[in-house]
Design a protein around this ligand. Sequence first.
Ligand code: SAH
Length: 214
Amino acid sequence: MTSARTRQRMVERLREQGIQDEVVLAAMQAVPRHIFVDEALASRAYEDSPLPIGFGQTISQPWVVARMCELMRQGKNLGAVLEVGTGCGYQTAVLAQFCKEVYSVERIGALLAKARRNLLSLRASNVRLKHADGAARLPEDLQFEGIIVAAGSTLVPMALTEQLIDGGRLVLPLTLPRAQGGEQRLVVVEKTADDLHETVHEAVRFVPLLTGMA
Ligand code: SAH
């Protein structure tokens, strides 16, 4: 139930659901998702659904993880990326497969400790985890080629676009204004030298992006 063969079926399903980036699909094939959920839920780890990870949070469903990675990559190999909302660390591990360096922040300290244990067992050496509020500017002055936010908001956090390099891409779940349907959708914000360009993608459901630390 937790074998490479089960993962292969998950990847086939992702393909049927429209994921095309082979680099992302290979990363999803490589990372054992069952080690990121409680043992009692391990047999459901490869279903396409979010699962509880404690503290009122969830591990995102495989399609959402794959789609966000695909939207951030746009077929390009990436250097340093930031993930806001480490949760159990699953998406962090997926990103670590194809990004040179992954910096991931989580506001719930106990959850970050759990992610640290999970990632340690995978020996991901290009990952840096930090207990921090990712909606605010990071304490260090860092710039990223890509940023993925794993929690939903109504506004694009300026602190995040400021940490993108020119040509970088921020992928986040954004609740659109009522006039634009009021739905939560995946949005890509692409930064150029003098502009931020937004494109709106699929409807999604994420836990809220909160401020402060817990
Ligand atoms: N990336 C995870 C998804 C975790 S759910 C996965 O692989 O499945 C989203 C996470 O975002 C939660 O753990 C929540 O605590 C965290 N979060 C919410 N607001 C945040 C903030 N401002 N800064 C950092 N983390 C935040």
